[in-house]
Design a binder for this molecule. Structure first.
Ligand code: IMP
Length: 197
């Protein structure tokens, strides 16, 4: 079913992370919403100062609309671990410090999870699409899984090597496999369902 809000003719993926851009572009094209994705533009880094994933997704989308004059599609993602009371959540990118690498963050996570038997966790993504005229839509996607005892796999990015669904981590899946189940794909499909002709 499609919604009643027309999809933008042209849009920018509001991220500086090449892994995330690649995933969003691929998923958006697969969904077939239409709209030309414009590449090669640049903007000042957007600080993620929001308290929630939704605030941060909107912050990014609106900043990129202001910088480029085009519609912008952003996502903000958090890893919520049950045994850690939902941490790192909205602080996932800075879990091991302000300029933490993926490796630093996964190392800290495995340290915090040392000896814990409840490994259940979920990725939550909020996707936000904003237009120059002020219109905006947001949607959420969740992927349930568990934190592994050691990192496995080399595909993907971020916490993928320590997040397993079934027998495999997201880093042991192909891009197509990850995109068929991921939090990001679910959020983008939910958002696309709000758009129509
Ligand atoms: P952000 O949405 O770019 O702010 O990402 C928050 C944190 O979650 C960063 O550390 C990312 O590396 C990580 N992250 C975002 N999306 C994914 C994903 O699909 N898999 C694994 N880690 C992710």
């Amino acid at each position: 079913m499609t919604g009643i809000i027309p999809a933008p003719d042209r849009l920018v993926v509001a991220s500086a992370n090449p892994h995330k851009i690649a995933e969003v572009e691929r998923i958006w094209l697969e969904i077939g919403v239409g709209g030309e994705i414009i590449r090669g533009l640049s903007w000042e880094e957007v600080e993620e100062t929001g308290e929630t994933l939704e605030e941060n997704a909107l912050l990014k989308a609106l900043a990129v609309v202001a910088a480029t004059g085009l519609s912008a599609l952003a996502d903000d993602t958090g890893l919520e671990v049950s045994a850690l009371g939902g941490a790192p959540g909205v602080r996932s990118a800075r879990y091991a410090g302000e300029h933490a690498s993926y490796q630093d963050n996964t190392d800290r996570l495995l340290e915090e999870m040392d000896g814990r038997q409840d490994r259940s966790a979920r990725f939550r993504t909020v996707a936000a699409l904003a237009w120059p005229g002020g219109r905006r839509v947001v949607a959420e996607g969740v992927l349930e899984g568990r934190i592994t005892w050691t990192p496995r796999g080399t595909a993907g990015f971020g916490y993928d090597p320590v997040f397993a669904v079934g027998d495999r981590t997201l880093a042991e899946m192909t891009a197509a496999e990850k995109n068929s189940i991921s939090h990001r794909a679910r959020a983008l499909r939910a958002l696309a369902a709000l758009l129509g002709g």
